[in-house]
Every structure is written in C-alpha cells, then in structure tokens.
Design a protein around this ligand. Sequence first.
Ligand code: FMN
Length: 173
Amino acid sequence: MITIIATTNRPNSNTLKVAKYYQKQLKEKGVDANLFSLEHLPADVLNTDMYGKRSEAFQEIQNMINSTGKFLFIMPEYNGSYPGVLKVLIDACNFPDSFYDKKAALVGISSGKYGNIRGVDHFTGVCHYIHLNILPLRLHIPNIKTELDEAGNLHQPDTVKFTNEQIEKFIKF
Ligand SMILES: Cc1cc2nc3c(=O)[nH]c(=O)nc-3n(C[C@H](O)[C@H](O)[C@H](O)COP(=O)(O)O)c2cc1C
C-alpha cells in the first residue's frame, strides 16, 4: 500500500492541498494511494501514545503505517525545518519495524523562497536512521501561494513537469 502523509496538523493547509494533488495524479496513472493528514492524530497524542503507551485511535494509525510499503511525505517549512508534529508521529510509531527497509519520497513546500530545502534534508537524516529508503529525486516547491490554483491543483508548467517526473519514479521505486 502507498500512503501519502500530509505532515502538518494546521487546518486548511497548503500541504494537504498538495497531498491531494499527488493523490489525484497517482490515480490518473492507475495507482491508488491512501492519504493521511496529521490533523487526524489523536488530540492528546503526547500523553496517550508515546514511550510505550498506545490508544485505540493511534493503534489504527499504527496499523495503517504497518500495512504501508511506500510513503510520500509532503512537508511544509516551519521555522526552517519540517513540522514538529511529523517527528511526534515518527517517535510515537513502533521502532524499528514501522519504517524499516520501506521506501519513501519527499516533497518540501514553503511560502518563502527555499521550498523547505533544510527540512527535507533534516528529515532525510531521520529516514536514514530508521532505514527508510528515500527516492533520490526530492522536490522543493517554494512560493506555494503562487503554485496552487483555485481548485487546489499545481499549474505552473515546470512544477507540473517535475512533480510528474517524481511521481513516475516513485511508482517504479
Ligand atoms: C509555524 C509555522 C512556521 C513557518 N515557518 C516558515 C519558514 O521557516 N519558512 C517559510 O518559507 N515559510 C514558513 N511558514 C509558512 C509555510 O511555509 C506556509 O504556511 C505554507 O503554506 C506551507 O504550510 P501549510 O501547509 O501550513 O500551509 C511557516 C508557517 C507556520 C505555520
């Protein structure tokens, strides 16, 4: 199973719009992907699901992670890195079996001009540690407000071209 993770819990995030765009593009290529937004982590996850504790709500998320072989992480830039809530997800999941020897692709987005280059690099380091193999083509989409149209689609020709290339490589990965 493929799971796209929209890695912020911010409501109405651009991250979720980009995640839905990737899901649609995969579908057009005949590939079904599950989509999980970190808005749907248990509200009290810090108290209920870390360091050996497990709520029923998080167990469902853990089951979904267990059944996933390939992840696509859409990561907004928050204070020069990826969101802390993504690290909470990784730290709350069972180690090492949740991500070990699985595969992932990474996409950084930002309202500023760097497209979360640093956050994608920081998270790549985490992925190496947990033995999650990363697709070499990592994408960065800066100025996200100018990239999405009213329907939530990426529309700038270069961005469409490079996201399409990444999706095709991700399918073969
Ligand atoms: C807590 C927080 C920190 C942010 N830090 C940065 C930043 O360091 N660089 C940047 O370009 N944009 C930053 N932004 C703006 C996001 O890149 C912007 O909101 C963009 O739409 C992607 O995030 P979203 O998925 O929350 O919409 C920040 C936004 C938030 C909520």
